[in-house]
Design a protein around this ligand. Structure first.
Ligand code: ADP
Ligand code: ZN
Ligand code: ZN
Length: 755
């Protein structure tokens, strides 16, 4: 049609008729890419995934704009449109933009984080319908019993299905099939389903994707006054944004407040999202929600990709009324969200440690505000920034200082071990105290946040220490099997018979980890059941559950463990909590170390005295006059927080000044530092002075080498967030790609730690 002579006139017209899109691709690149929509392809909606040419390959991206590029003639055509409707709904697109901006993270990678794994790989946003089961028609429970015989679990499964289908009038009417997953969640193994199928007691029925049935009106406990006040404060204005801090001591019944708040919101037909730190560590938590509501979808690391996508889609479509999940569950879309709860809001696991380093708690604030719904943050040891927000009136706060049902908070005291001869970390006085509690028929918990046998393996002749060749760190000595292990890179090595420095055979383990303490306690208490809980004994959720069951039998026992024992567990028979090594945490260099340690102490302490028997907490310390420690012991977490917030204020640290860490690592000792220096070289002294910006470093990281890579870091702080973000934006826009050659860098806004 077009003759070559007039192509110059016609070309713009032809381009005018074309449509262009801006696509975020999953690469560490900060810009969007322009593409042409080829003739015949439907116009991609915002949030749809597309397949596009990229360099010499193809890449999946998300459409974020429909603008005309400045130079349309140079754009390539999209290859394929993967979605008719948005893969990322509008609210998540907004979340994506916010995350990219706040954490200064490449938008394409942010979109990748928001998409479920299968969707990220370009799979359709659908899942096969689930296998589901109903009781065979015309078979009564009595018939079933006759057929099944003596297999008790099979009878239980039949009864479970039967009662699910024969709900009393008033509940949902049509008989529901239960999916294999739902039955598994309720504790029935696949083999049981097969057995009943073989006996023709149950039948498969394809699951019509309806809403998960829950008991939306369960009976709760009668609330204490403190609980009612907290609940009323939260529900006072159920349809508007507010962040509420529920600051309640351990065992004060925060969970019951959550449960009743959820009941209200579900009753109004809206969805609820509950974030919890680590599901594998606290199986009891999910069980409590399921017990109350009959069902709850759970999202955590052990959920497979298909199931994850299913839950994601069902939440988006409003079919999951209640979703409980770990950090990334905050990235789930909802049709009709009415409440977000973040349990143990201070927990470090809510902050992602690599890639997109977001805080799920902070994102929860942003989402609640945008959706105009309440957010409930619960903790016995709130993060200092949360406390600060509550004190300054930005958040509302409810206090709960007693335990319901008359259970007493444990008494706390320091045990001065200056000049005391310790045996494997235990003072004689502590051992006697443990004996007293065990003899009284109770359980004692010995807490030590260090696994392995001994943190140092030392030569008695020349002071040589066994060190990891790849890290700037000592090896930890482990038993069973006897090995040296690096806790930073995972490297293992056999235990040398002679010193690597002088060849002497006088190698000695120094200090104690949980294995060594367990060994010492076993020697001293040979007839007492010893249960050790750390990452070495407790590799699986199943194993942990077995250990928790053992503990909850309530017989006299000695529990030895790391922070795995501190998390949210309910141990009614524990009357003594002994904390062996609290000092280390307070002396660490990181600005947040005291906060982390204080929270951990209060959390472990909270395991004691949970029932009728009063509890006691004893903290061994070489620094019994340390003001941080004494304020905690005598005034509780709030007194500690007062002291610590003062320090933060004078030190110019969060929450008074925002900070960001810029980190780099590489194969040579000098390049990472040099890279950081170049990255900030565009920031002039005048700009810094105007903006109240401080740049500290670059310096080698406190652990200067990990897994063979040298690390450097730099801290940036400013008077205002706006100033800090202005500087960060300037730094990242002029920076080289975050991975180039053998060097890489990363940015951490509001870092959880500074090493
Ligand atoms: P938290 O989450 O604050 O640590 P929990 O919710 O685990 O505390 O509650 C501690 C214990 O108190 C649990 O055994 C719980 O069943 C019980 N409890 C909570 N609220 C009440 C109440 N109103 N009446 C009686 N017992 C309660
Ligand atoms: Zn030696
Ligand atoms: Zn190492």
């Amino acid at each position: 049609m077009n003759s070559p002579s007039d192509s110059n006139d016609l070309f713009p017209t032809a381009v005018d008729a074309l449509v262009f899109v801006q696509v975020a691709v999953a690469r560490p690149l900060r810009s969007l890419f322009d593409y042409q929509v080829p003739p015949g392809m439907a116009l991609p909606v915002l949030g749809a995934r597309v397949l596009a040419p990229f360099g010499n390959s193809k890449i999946i991206g998300v459409v974020l704009g429909h603008d005309r590029p400045e130079d349309p003639s140079r754009t390539k055509q999209l290859i394929e449109l993967l979605d008719v409707t948005p893969a990322l709904p509008a609210e998540l697109l907004d979340v994506a933009r916010w995350l990219a901006n706040y954490y200064q993270h490449p938008i394409g990678e942010v979109c990748g984080n928001l998409l479920p794994t299968l969707a990220r790989r370009g799979k359709p946003m659908t899942v096969p319908s689930e296998e589901a089961w109903v009781c065979a028609p015309d078979i009564s429970p009595a018939d079933a019993k006759a057929t099944i015989g003596r297999a008790a679990r099979q009878i239980e499964l039949f009864d479970y299905l039967y009662s699910a289908q024969n709900k009393p009038a008033g509940a949902e009417s049509s008989p529901t099939a239960l999916t294999t997953q739902q039955l598994k969640d309720a504790g029935f193994a696949r083999a049981l389903i097969n057995a009943l199928l073989e006996k023709r007691c149950i039948e498969p029925r394809p699951q019509v994707p309806g809403s998960t049935l829950i008991n939306a009106n369960p009976k709760g406990l009668e609330l204490t006054d403190e609980q009612s006040q907290a609940l009323n404060a939260l529900l006072k204005d159920q349809h508007n944004y507010a962040t509420h801090l529920l600051y309640g001591v351990t065992g004060s019944g925060k969970t019951e407040v959550y449960l009743q708040a959820i009941t209200k919101v579900l009753g109004s037909g809206r969805q609820v999202l509950v974030l919890i730190p680590e599901i594998a560590l606290t199986p009891q938590t999910v069980a409590r929600f399921r017990d109350r509501f009959g069902a709850a979808a759970a999202l955590h690391s052990q959920i497979g990709d298909t199931e994850r996508l299913r839950i994601w889609l069902r939440a988006r479509d409003g079919l999951e009324p209640l979703l409980i999940g770990t950090r990334s569950a905050i990235l789930t879309p909802f049709k009709n969200l009415g409440l977000i709860i973040v349990d143990e809001e201070h927990d470090p696991s809510f902050k992602q440690g690599d890639g997109l380093r977001y805080s799920a708690r902070d994102l929860a604030v942003k989402r609640a505000r945008d959706l105009n719904i309440p957010l409930l943050l619960g903790s016995a040891t709130p993060a200092l920034e949360t406390l600060h927000n509550a004190r300054s009136g930005r958040y509302q706060q409810s206090l709960m200082v007693t335990r319901p049902g008359g259970a007493q908070l444990p008494s706390m005291r320091l045990l001065d071990i200056r000049g005391v001869r310790l045996r494997e970390g235990l003072s004689p006085e502590l051992v006697n105290l443990i004996a007293k509690h065990i003899e009284a028929g109770n359980q004692a918990l010995v807490f030590l946040n260090r696994r392995g046998y001994a943190p140092t393996y030392l030569c008695g002749s020349c002071q040589w220490q066994a060190c990891c060749p790849d890290c700037e760190a000592r090896y930890t000595l482990h038993n069973n099997p006897r090995t040296l292990r690096c806790h930073h890179c995972g490297r293992r090595s056999s235990v040398p018979a002679v010193c690597g420095g002088c060849g002497s055979a006088s190698l000695i383990p120094i200090g104690a980890g949980t294995q060594r303490t367990e060994e010492a306690l076993a020697e001293r208490f040979p007839d007492t059941n010893l249960i050790r809980v750390d990452r070495d004994t407790t590799r699986t959720a199943k194993r942990l559950e077995a250990q928790l069951d053992e503990i909850n039998k309530g017989e006299p026992a000695l529990l030895v463990g790391t922070q795995m024992l501190a998390k949210g567990h309910h141990f009614p028979a524990v009357t003594l909590v002994a904390i062996l090594d609290a000092d280390a945490g307070f002396l660490a260099a990181d600005y947040r170390a005291p906060e982390r340690t204080a929270a951990l102490i209060m959390q472990v302490a909270g395991r004691a005295g949970r029932a009728e028997r009063p509890g006691e907490v004893v903290i061994q310390s070489l620094h019994p006059t340390n003001p941080v420690l004494t304020s905690l012991i005598h005034g509780g977490f709030s007194a500690f927080a007062d002291t610590e917030l003062e320090h933060r204020k004078t030190g110019g640290m969060p929450p008074f000044r925002p900070i960001a860490m810029l980190r780099a690592d590489g194969l040579s000792p000098t390049e990472p530092e040099a890279l950081l220096r170049t990255m900030v070289s565009g920031i002039t002294d005048t700009f810094a002075a105007e903006q109240g910006l401080q740049i500290l470093g670059p310096v080698p990281a406190p652990m200067g080498r990990v897994a063979g890579r040298f690390r450097a870091q730099m801290m940036l702080t400013a008077t205002t967030r706006k100033a800090l973000h202005g500087a960060l934006r300037q730094i990242v826009t002029t920076a080289p790609p975050s991975r180039h050659g053998k060097l890489s860098w990363s940015l951490d806004v509001d870092p959880y730690d500074t090493y």
